[in-house]
Write a protein that binds this ligand. Structure first.
Ligand code: 13P
Ligand code: SF4
Length: 366
């Protein structure tokens, strides 16, 4: 998808009339991608002992572990084995909102812990890696985003869950990749124009399928941005029977090559349900843990990252998700470190658009 023509006077108003989208002309902060953290080399016996310790600490604290599909496989398995869940970001929010435990332990990135705290302000929310951010969240500072919203008061503000509590509080709707299309279709039926942030690729994908007029914030995910269409097309030619699965945070030319585009849950379901034996997967490699469990006899291939001679900073593994480990989880549970706080007044404002999404999701489930 080519960059859109940008005007000079009020640049963000230069809409591409073919696609009915406008990419906001804002200068985003530079995002530093941390190196992948070193993984401690535990013996199987030491790992089992650590898992047992964590399970005991969860019981002592009346805590439940909620993990994202991109986290370490041991952590995902432990979440399920101890009565918690491993899920996409929509289901993590739903699970946390409904669970009676006094402490919610969120293994993922910061916005996921914040969402749990916003929905359960009276509960304790712990994160093994509270410093784990997300390039989408970092690329959408509240001051810049709020100014942009102020300049377009006739637009409904829809933000991806990968944002700060402040940005959520400034929005009308929060969405995750699992529900973005349905929400925007619903708004389009009411004739609303959308201001979308922060992921331009997901926004563009939603825009293309709904045809609604959209102003796109120019953020992106440093992990999905690395998938390259040329390499993927070559790989597909080598594996003509494989189904190509793509998360919609990937660039439009990568999405265009997909057989299935969807949230992490949708991609896992595709591996389970499609008749293909081979799959080329363009999303974070952490997802392979669940994919192997649901379809042990299928062949899963990583979609290529980085272009010709290019560097690859994340290489299909989110460096922030990787900050979650059995060790950091045990430390957080033992000491109470990594507690997430969201001021009650801010949480009350941010809860409104999140709850709107959850209520809407409930109507779709019926
Ligand atoms: P899902 O909502 O599909 O789990 O995606 C969250 C995310 O951060 C993907 O990069
Ligand atoms: Fe954010 Fe991308 Fe990491 Fe998901 S994979 S948490 S969108 S940086």
């Amino acid at each position: 998808m080519p960059r859109l023509p940008i005007g000079t006077k009020t640049p963000e108003l230069a809409m591409n009339n073919t696609t009915r989208e406008t990419l906001a002309d804002v200068r985003l902060p530079r995002i530093t991608v941390p190196p992948h953290p070193a993984k401690p080399d535990l013996t199987p016996a030491a790992k089992e002992a650590l898992k047992e310790r964590i399970a005991a600490l969860l019981r002592q604290r009346d805590a439940v572990l909620v993990a994202h599909y991109y986290t370490d496989g041991d952590l995902q398995d432990l979440a399920e084995a101890t009565g918690g869940c491993v899920a996409d970001s929509l289901e993590m929010a739903r699970f946390a909102a409904a669970h009676p435990a006094q402490t919610l332990v969120v293994a993922g990135v910061r916005f996921m812990g914040e969402t749990s705290k916003i929905l359960n302000n009276e509960k304790q929310v712990l994160m093994p890696a509270p410093e784990a951010t997300c390039s989408l969240d970092e690329g959408c500072p509240i001051g810049l985003f709020s100014d942009f919203c102020d300049r377009h008061p006739d637009h409904t503000v829809v933000v991806y869950a990968n944002t700060s509590a402040e940005v959520k509080a400034r929005s009308h709707w929060v969405v995750t990749s699992g529900i973005a299309l349905a929400v925007v279709r619903h708004l389009a039926e009411k004739g609303e124009k959308i201001l979308w942030g922060p992921d331009q690729h997901l926004g563009r994908y939603v825009q293309r399928l709904t045809g609604v007029e959209m102003l796109l914030w120019p953020g992106c995910c440093v992990v999905h941005e690395e998938f390259k269409a040329a390499g993927l097309a070559r790989m597909r030619a080598l594996h003509p029977q494989a189904a190509v699965l793509v998360h919609p945070e990937s660039p439009a030319d990568v999405v265009a090559l997909a057989d299935v585009v969807g949230s992490t849950t949708a991609l896992i379901q595709a591996v389970r349900n499609l008749p293909n034996r081979e799959f080329i997967v363009a999303t974070d490699a952490g997802i392979f843990n669940k994919m192997r469990q649901v379809a042990p006899d299928k062949i899963l291939l990583d979609a290529p990252t980085a272009g010709e001679g290019g560097t690859c900073e994340s290489c299909a593994h989110c460096p922030w998700m990787e900050m979650n480990s059995l060790e950091t989880l045990a430390r957080s549970l033992a000491t109470g470190s990594g507690a997430i706080e969201v001021a009650p007044e801010l949480a009350a404002r941010a809860r409104i658009p999140i709850q709107r999404m959850l209520d809407f999701a409930a109507t779709l489930k019926k």
